[in-house]
Design a protein around this ligand. Sequence first.
Ligand code: TXA
Ligand code: MG
Length: 326
Amino acid sequence: MSDQPPSFIPATPEGLARAASLLRAGECVALPTETVYGLAADALDAKAAAKVFAIKGRPLIDPLIVHVPDLEALRRVAEPDPRLDLLAPLWPGPLTVVLRRRQEVPDVVTAGLGTVAVRIPAHPVFREVLRLSGLALAAPSANPFGYVSPTRAAHVRDSLGARCPWIVDGGPCEHGVESTIVDLSAPGRVRLLRPGPVPLERLRALLGEVRLPDRATDQSAAQAAPGMLDRHYSPATRIRLFPAGGSPGPVGPREAVMFVRRRPGQSGPDVFHLSESGSVEEAARNLFDLLRRLDARGHPLIHAELADPAGIGAAFNDRLTRAAAR
Ligand code: TXA
Ligand code: MG
């Protein structure tokens, strides 16, 4: 860690070469992915990975996702699984799989589990840094533990500040919510651990039966995935949810209202919407940015509309519900 103010590294060939050499030297660098910004470090260097936990204030029991360029590189950190071939149409992309780990992955990355979470990201900037560094990169979302994930370079600077001295600016993230996570570590069983941009419907079409997270065990079972904790992704401001297409209850003075799409007749200084075009994809892309902006405005309460749960709407509702949990 360092005391120097964070500096944005442009996503130019020189900038990405610099990011790759910092990573090779065991430093942490924030990088854009197609989901959210990640705080990357060499996944096979225990010391570098430990810095990620320190910067985020993340408990050591919460394992990191390892990012690799392709299936060949994936096989160097995880045990092969025949179901990976079925998922090939989704890679590179916003899908993370949990597999049996290989011993090469340090314990700090997997939190000592027998499994490792792996993902092949699609973002051209992240892919170029993978290629230039030749590393597998451990990268959690680049935010303080428990807070809203960053979907723009400025979000990383605003919430990690000098703790994260290098941030590659790749513009806003395409999906705006974190990757879908599926657990393939038990033979013959597939379990969704976190909904994301790859919808459950798509996974079922490729894999057959996919079980849903078991809330009872997942809350207690030593945090199988803290992203699944009831309270996570939380702004400081209280949030009250209202149903898709419905109306907020009584709105008090200075309370904000956040609609998924523009509503005719609904306007005012404290009324906001997430999508101009009306698509849930656009709403998901803007969700964390608007939550951060509203959090800075000091509203006593945010009334937030849930989305239609089809497609990425399930992930949108998941994050909003956790942000609202107290
Ligand atoms: O889209 C994403 O996945 C972003 C970008 C940067 O790739 N990353 C991300 O990482 O969201 P993070 O650390 O914020 O969330 C990863 C989740 C955590 O809830 C963690 O507990 C879970 O994945 N996880 C990691 N390894 C696991 C494992 N072996 N078994 C079960 N859950 C695991
Ligand atoms: Mg996170």
